[in-house]
Design a protein around this ligand. Structure first.
Ligand code: PMP
Length: 353
């Protein structure tokens, strides 16, 4: 610890993202990026950026983008909040909406950034164990708390809650904010944005990083009642009143304008996932039912840490979490069919050895 660090910097257990090896020929299946490029209009919008768009500050309200994204979800522009990736949106949600005297609840196995934000912003939290089959049981969240945050589908399990189950949580908790983190919703799930008009305590968070192939651009959004959005804006403006740069705003607009590219790209990932899941089952893996762009698997007889290392030796990187209950699982992002064939071939060779 440096003598210049504050107590917070010294004591914080930092979030560690999946590794991002640069410029290698690895088959990279470890951070759930899209294997396909964004809609063609995105690159066109970026290259058409003008001098003025660089010289001037961006629209601090990002009005055009908010209106377009809101319309897609059947909402109004003031029911949308934008940030640099959904990580920034979520960070503001912890500060503005989830910090109360009672603890915030989230699943014990979920996005590992949640406890880090709690530590950073001094938010009390209590984790709720997943059921035996790794699913989330809505009834477990009907307890006194200061708020709830759940990824849907959950990460790293990929298991989806139905809209009816989310409604059950909302109805049991009308007086606290319920955040549904939909980073992976576009791969077979149904967004909870349709519940917003009837539930003023629901905040739905989405990202352009996965299904829109824009992880490098950093664009995320939250949808909810305008009072929730106003709370997020208050905190955001005090950090950085220009959440999205001009290029990101224009590129995200171009992505939203191409619905057919979007659905085709998601569908490709879904069909590859279903094919790979069947092959993995045939190889002796248990595959949790995934509605995300990854699968979470464990082998009946082979150690996950050893499989992880053996794959790495064969230039395939997946994600291994050395954590209780999931230390025999591997999380494998869905890549192109060729990448997944390379993974399956490598696994076959490892299992045969
Ligand atoms: N939520 C979940 C559950 C995630 O897995 C991720 C990706 N690491 C994020 C949010 C954040 O994604 P981004 O900041 O790229 O929008």
């Amino acid at each position: 610890m440096s003598r210049f660090w504050s107590e917070l910097a010294g004591n914080l257990t930092p979030y560690v993202p999946g590794e991002q090896p640069q410029g290698t020929r690895l088959v990279k299946l470890n951070t759930n990026e899209s294997p396909y490029g964004p809609a063609p209009g995105v690159l066109a919008a970026i290259t058409a950026t003008t001098d003025d768009q660089l010289r001037r500050y961006p629209d601090p309200q990002a009005n055009e983008l908010r209106a377009a994204w809101a319309a897609r979800e059947g909402l109004a522009a003031d029911e949308v909040f934008l940030g640099n990736g959904s990580d920034e949106v979520l960070a503001h949600a912890f500060q503005a909406l989830l910090k109360h005297a009672e603890p915030v609840l989230f699943p014990d196995i979920s996005y590992s950034f949640y406890p880090v934000w709690c530590e950073l912003y001094d938010v009390e939290f209590r984790t709720i164990p997943l059921a035996q089959d790794f699913s989330i049981k809505p009834g477990d969240y009907a307890q006194r708390c200061g708020g709830i945050i759940i990824p849907n589908p959950n990460a790293p399990t990929g298991i989806l809650l139905s809209l009816e189950q989310i409604r059950e949580i909302l109805i049991s908790q009308p007086d606290v904010v319920v955040v549904i983190d939909e980073a992976y919703i576009d791969f077979g799930g149904e967004s909870a944005t349709s519940l917003i008009p009837r539930h003023d305590n629901l905040l739905v968070v989405q990202t352009a990083s996965k299904s829109r192939s824009l992880a490098g651009l950093r664009v995320g959004a939250a949808f909810g009642h305008r009072d929730l959005i106003a709370g997020l804006e208050r905190v955001k403006d005090s950090f950085n009143s220009y959440p999205l740069d001009n290029i990101a705003q224009r590129a995200a607009l171009a992505s939203l304008a191409d619905e057919s590219w979007f659905s085709a790209s998601c569908q490709r990932v879904i069909s590859t996932r279903e094919r790979v899941a069947l092959r993995l089952l045939g190889m002796g893996f248990e595959v949790l039912p995934s509605k995300a762009n990854f699968v979470f698997v464990r082998h009946a007889s082979r150690d996950a840490a050893e499989l992880f290392s053996a794959l790495r030796e064969r230039q395939v990187i997946v994600r291994y979490f050395n954590k209780p209950r999931i230390d025999q699982f591997l999380r494998i992002s869905i890549g192109t069919d060729a990448e997944m064939d390379a993974l399956l071939e490598a696994l076959e060779a490892i299992l045969a050895a």
